[in-house]
Structures are given as structure tokens and as C-alpha cells.
Design a protein around this ligand. Structure first.
Ligand SMILES: Cc1ncc(COP(=O)(O)O)c(C=O)c1O
Length: 391
């Protein structure tokens, strides 16, 4: 039996009533894979993101691999990424025959540090992958300037930040390739899925790369009435299906309401936890408050705190409140240790953040009363410990 915490870490925003007619349509038309519903979902996203250049794929991991392939880099060329990110960012580089180089994070924004990138640039560096961690935009203008100065490509791993803006513009505006995730817990989900935004010039190539390098997909051949296609280069099998797109279409209209609620919730957490030795991303060090996608509410307990992260985890467990930890720094993983010589002491900010890191529940259906309860549990633990340590 699945153990269900009283306050889960994530609740699916997908409601059967809104998806059911779209599922019926996808099943009744018999197409099932990449077809009319993917096109409809794509049009909706183009409209939302204010760009014509969107290709839908099966995951953000696939999107990153396709973006790297489209750069035409040489074996072992270097790509700089933050030391604190999800494994997919590194995996995509490794599976592309490239070499990952880790930069530290900024101690306030918890995104890749521009200063640290500068120290890692070598004659083999060809690209940077910045991650909008938790939904907080990285320093997009500085990153763009740095990439241009050193003739590097800028890829954005935007798995957490589809709604984020920097200086009033969606983040894809600043990057050469932006990669998105529609994984089950993401702000907009299709269960599994992803997207790439690129330049107009790269669009056709990216689309072909997402489906075996085929010049025309089956739906276009069917709709256009001719069977002939070419394989223009070796690609991936990473197309999104109509079944997944049905889930996405049903939620597209709710993006803004959900985003607004997520922002309200992080503000509520922020004011409720004020004064404790807890660091927040996005409340201090935030680039632009309205630009945050509010995907995760990640906190980091300050190193000087008497209450440590693992004690807080025990307390949350006792109260049946779910949590998660985002992210374990990449040098911690055994496979990474076997292949690379990354030293934890080279990433002091990533490790300091990680030593106190914890993510609390955050989703549109989370009730104010539930956030109040989580805050109460945390404040009581800190209060109890303050008394004990004073005795
Ligand atoms: C920062 C980051 N990048 C990439 C991914 C991979 O996304 P997907 O599961 O769509 O491949 C994730 C997934 O959670 C992520 O958090």
C-alpha cells in the first residue's frame, strides 16, 4: 500500500472532467501519437510564450540532448553547468559525448554563479547550461553577455520555470535553446513531456532531431497526402503523443491562476517563517519578484542554526507532512565520482546550501490552513530548541 502523508509534497492538478473529452477525442480519432492534439497544445504554448519556435518532445532530458546535438560540438568539448542541479543536466552532456564542467551556485539566488563560470571557462568550453532553480530566473542578462563575450552557446534548463520572466520577458528570450519539462510534478504537466524553444533558424532541425531526423512526421505526411520522407541526420525518438498533449491542453488555460496561487503560497511561507535561521531563495536575492515561477519552495537552514535539517525532517515526518530535498550536489553521486574528479571544496556555496536544504509542499491546491500548520510545526520546533539550548 502506498503510504500517503496527510499533507503530500505534490498533488496532481489534473482533473478528470476536463481531460476526459480530450482523451476521448485522441482515442476516437485513432491517431494516439504525435498528431492534431500535439499541434493544438503547441499552438497554445506558442501563444503563451509569445514565440513561434516551440517543438514539443517527450521530456526535458530529451530536450537538453537535442539542444546539445544541434550545437554540433566536438567529442569532449566542455559544457558548464551548476554543481547543484538535477542529474538530467549532467546526463544530457555525458550522453552527447561532451564533458561536463561544474560551476558553483550564487549564495543568494542558488542559481549558477556568473563569477564561478568565468573561472571555469577553458579553450574547450563551448556552452553553458543555466538552470532556473525552483523557478527563480538566473541572471539572464549577465549570462547572455558572458556567453557572447566568449563565443559560447547559452542553453537554459527551464524545467522549473515555464512562467518565469526576467525584466518582463520570458527567459527563452535570452537563451539560444530553452528546455522545458512537463513531468508529473511540474507547474504544467502532461505526465511526461517537454518542449524546446529555439531560434527560427534552428526550428526545422530541432523538430527533425526529435523524431529520428525525419524530414516530415507521419501526421504531416498523412495530412499532406504524400508518403515520401528523408532522414536528414541521426536523431532521437523523443516525440510527444496526443494522449499526453490532451492532459496539457486541459491545463493550459489554468497556467496563470495556478502561477498566481503558487506565488501567494511562497509569500505566505516567507512571512510565516520570518525571523528563523532559515534562508529563502526568491525572498532575498530574487532577480525580479514577479518573474519567479514558484515551482518549489526550497529553504536552507543556516549553518549556525541549532535545529538541523534532519531534525526538521523528523518533525515533519512525525506530523505526516511530506518534504523533499532539491538537489543533492552532483559530486555526491557514485557514478559521477567514478568518472570525474569534482571536489566538494570547489563548490562551497552548493554544499552550504545543500547542508540545510529542504523543500516544502507547494501546489495550487495547497490550502492556507495547511501552510499555517506547516509553519506552526516548524516554528514550534525552533522555539522548543531555543528553550532547551538556553537551559
Ligand atoms: C532542473 C531539471 N532539469 C531537468 C529535469 C528533467 O526533466 P524530465 O523529467 O522532463 O526529463 C528535471 C526534472 O525534474 C529538473 O528538475
Amino acid at each position: 500500500m502506498i503510504h500517503k502523508p496527510r499533507i503530500p509534497f505534490s498533488r496532481s492538478p489534473v482533473d478528470f472532467e476536463s481531460v476526459a473529452p480530450l482523451f476521448k477525442e485522441a482515442i476516437d480519432n485513432g491517431w494516439l501519437t504525435t498528431g492534431p492534439l500535439v499541434e493544438r497544445f503547441n499552438s497554445g504554448l506558442k501563444n503563451y510564450w509569445e514565440t513561434d519556435n516551440v517543438v514539443l518532445v517527450s521530456s526535458c532530458t530529451a530536450a537538453l540532448q537535442i539542444a546539445l546535438k544541434a550545437l554540433d560540438l566536438k567529442h569532449n568539448d566542455e559544457v558548464i553547468i551548476p554543481a547543484m542541479t538535477f542529474i538530467a543536466t549532467l546526463e544530457a552532456i555525458e550522453l552527447s559525448g561532451l564533458t561536463p564542467v561544474l560551476a558553483d551556485i550564487d549564495p543568494l539566488t542558488w542559481n549558477i554563479s556568473v563569477k564561478s563560470i568565468e573561472q571555469k571557462i577553458s579553450p574547450w568550453t563551448k556552452a553553458i547550461i543555466a538552470v532556473a532553480f525552483a523557478g527563480n530566473p538566473p541572471a539572464m542578462q549577465e549570462l547572455r553577455k558572458l556567453a557572447d563575450k566568449h563565443n559560447l552557446k547559452l542553453i537554459l534548463d527551464n524545467a522549473h520555470a515555464l512562467e518565469a520572466k526576467f525584466d518582463g520577458k520570458f527567459l527563452h528570450h535570452y537563451a539560444d535553446f530553452s528546455c522545458y519539462s512537463f513531468y508529473a510534478t511540474k507547474n504544467l504537466t502532461t505526465a511526461e513531456g517537454g518542449a524546446i524553444i529555439c531560434s527560427k533558424e534552428d526550428m526545422e532541425r530541432v523538430r527533425a532531431l526529435s523524431l529520428h531526423g525525419m524530414s516530415r512526421n507521419a501526421w504531416n505526411r498523412y495530412a499532406g497526402g504524400t508518403w515520401r520522407y528523408d532522414i536528414v541526420e541521426t536523431g532521437f525518438k523523443a516525440n510527444l503523443t496526443d494522449i499526453h498533449a490532451a492532459i496539457g491542453i486541459a491545463q493550459l488555460g489554468k497556467i496563470e491562476t495556478h502561477h498566481k496561487r503558487r506565488l501567494e503560497l511562497i509569500e505566505k511561507y516567507g512571512s510565516g517563517l520570518k525571523g528563523l535561521p532559515i534562508r529563502f531563495q526568491g525572498l532575498e536575492g530574487l532577480v525580479s519578484p514577479n518573474g519567479h515561477a514558484a515551482h518549489l519552495f526550497s529553504i536552507s537552514i543556516a549553518p549556525q542554526s541549532i535545529v538541523k535539517r534532519d531534525t526538521l525532517i523528523e518533525e515533519l515526518q512525525k506530523n505526516s507532512i511530506a518534504y523533499s530535498v532539491h538537489f543533492i550536489p552532483l559530486p555526491e553521486f557514485s557514478t559521477v565520482q567514478k568518472k570525474y574528479n569534482f571536489k566538494p571544496e570547489d563548490y562551497p556555496h552548493s554544499y552550504e546550501y545543500f547542508s540545510g536544504a529542504l523543500s516544502l509542499p507547494l501546489y495550487p491546491q495547497l490550502k492556507d490552513s495547511e501552510v499555517d500548520e506547516i509553519i506552526k510545526v516548524i516554528r514550534s520546533l525552533f522555539a522548543e530548541n531555543a528553550v532547551t539550548s538556553a537551559v
